[in-house]
Design a protein around this ligand. Structure first.
Ligand code: SF4
Ligand code: SF4
Length: 97
């Protein structure tokens, strides 16, 4: 069996830098989220960027996104997410070691 050591959220975030773009590369339509029964993005996003709101919607902040695409794949046909890469030079940088 493979050894797996869980990585804390703080350690995960310490491996990346962000050059925040003025343009949101992901936009979430919270009106669609209010009728979503799974809200899988909340637990699947490795950067914890999807926060449920009291009215059943989602509060989303694009600024510390890893650009992994998980949310876009999960949301799929529900279509709440508009996804693009950030403009050149903006977005995440993964550090070595
Ligand atoms: S972003 Fe997609 S998966 Fe997440 S709550 Fe909204 S509709 Fe559901
Ligand atoms: S692309 Fe990945 S890190 Fe960015 S919001 Fe979606 S799931 Fe989170």
């Amino acid at each position: 069996m493979d050894d797996y050591t869980e990585v804390s959220f703080e350690d995960r975030m310490s491996t990346v830098d962000f050059q925040v773009s003025p343009r949101a590369h992901i936009v979430v339509d919270s009106a669609v989220c209010r009728s979503c029964t799974t809200q899988e993005c909340v637990t699947a996003c490795p950067a914890d960027l999807f926060v449920p709101t009291a009215d059943g919607g989602i509060l989303f902040n694009y600024e510390q996104c890893f650009e992994c695409g998980t949310c876009y794949l999960l949301c799929g046909k529900q279509g709440a997410i508009s996804w693009t890469y950030p403009d050149g030079g903006d977005g995440v940088t993964f550090r070595q070691g």
